[in-house]
Design a binder for this molecule. Structure first.
Ligand SMILES: [Zn+2]
Length: 166
């Protein structure tokens, strides 16, 4: 089992989400997500950089930020809440579990994953975010079954339909 939680000992980089966005070639959404993540507090899942800050860090304009946020919300990687701060509205961003765990991704995100492993027990296809490495080898995070990792030369075979939430 993977016992290291996002925001724990290691930098909370949502690598499974980055991989999906890379596959979509949506580098603007990737950079916007990176900016939001870099403002997370210790052990936190929420951050509230301003549009000005995101624009500077991600190198994109305000319209591109809006577009990127739409993608990140649709793919279930973040939730956005607007809070009143003085006379201004401010966005608060909550990073979702699906950004860290491809087993929790919704149907939009899952269609953009590349599977390189499959579960011997339940047959689910998965990428690196879907299994953990334990003493008994690769283990499917979803069902605990042992995982076959396919090499480049082997053709990935999915045994059954992949299930997803959302
Ligand atoms: Zn399984």
């Amino acid at each position: 089992m993977n016992t290291i939680q996002p925001g724990g000992l290691y930098a909370p980089l949502p690598i499974p989400a980055y991989q999906v966005l890379a596959r979509m070639k949506d580098h603007q959404a990737q950079r916007v997500l990176m900016s939001i993540v870099s403002h997370l507090g210790l052990n936190g899942r929420e951050s509230y950089p301003s549009y000005t800050t995101i624009a500077r860090e991600a190198g994109v304009g305000r319209n591109a930020i809006r577009k990127a946020l739409d993608v990140l919300v649709q793919y279930g990687f973040i939730k956005v809440f607007t809070i009143r701060e003085g006379k201004k509205d401010r966005n608060k961003y909550f990073i979702q579990d699906a950004a860290y765990n491809s087993g929790l991704m919704n149907k939009f995100a899952i269609n953009n994953r590349t599977f390189n492993a499959s579960c011997r027990r339940c047959g689910a296809g998965m990428d690196r975010g879907g299994y953990g490495l334990g003493p008994a080898g690769a283990t499917h995070i979803g069902c605990g079954g042992s995982v076959k990792i396919w090499t480049k030369d082997e053709k990935f075979q999915q045994v059954s339909v992949v299930s997803y939430r959302g």
